[in-house]
Design a protein around this ligand. Sequence first.
Ligand SMILES: [Zn+2]
Length: 266
Amino acid sequence: MNVLKRLVLILCLGVLFSSHANAWVQTQSPKGKSLHWRGNNIGFWINPEFPPGLGAGDVFYAIRASFSTWTIPTCTCIRFKDNGTTTSRVLGYDVNNPDANINIILFQQTSWGHDSRAVAITSNVFNEDTGEVVAFDMELNSVNFTFSIDGKPRNNVRTMDIRNVVTHEVGHVIGLDHSPIRQSTMYVSGQPGELDKRDLHSDDIEGLCALYPTNGCTEEGGGTTTPPTDKGCGCSQSTDGTGDMSSLVWLSLFILLFFGIRRLHP
Ligand SMILES: [Zn+2]
């Protein structure tokens, strides 16, 4: 009775050269609807199969802190529900069994099915007619990147700080697109070792609170075991191709992937 429609849009460079002067951006569905969660309490599960060399407790903390960062501004009602761990690696969304869907954060360590320059990808499932998000999954690319909890090089390999990356991805989870503000968490590019995106810029906060203002809260539909989320974005950071310590300039691209649901019987 439902048809799952997957749409893949690559929106990176268009954002990079956007003429916007100084404004956050809300992700749009292919039909021009702004992506948003119906509720304000979005659940997530962490798959604890972490890359070697990282302390599990440190990684859990980094991921959870990345979500919590978006709840700090007093102008927003957004909340996240930490549902603990899952052994599942099943991504996507089963429209025939919606209660079985969970929002997973996991590290891909053996194969990466996306652009190799993408350090992470967040996929949102949403109703393309309304923009309402019903689910998300977040994949971190441990195939092409080395992650850390401090952004410092390890064994002469530059690392991607988990909080720096995941905080940006959480912005996509809630419906934000890339911002033209270079200092913002939602800026389109980043660098190995970068920590700046751990903390929200005023531009990020303005977007957050416009989408989920304190007086716009409703617990309904957002904070259950099957959180309604509908946004998908994948972000990547890439090198100039060398990937070694002598390469000082890294070009970062963030690739947005949208997985839309078309409901025949809305
Ligand atoms: Zn991004």
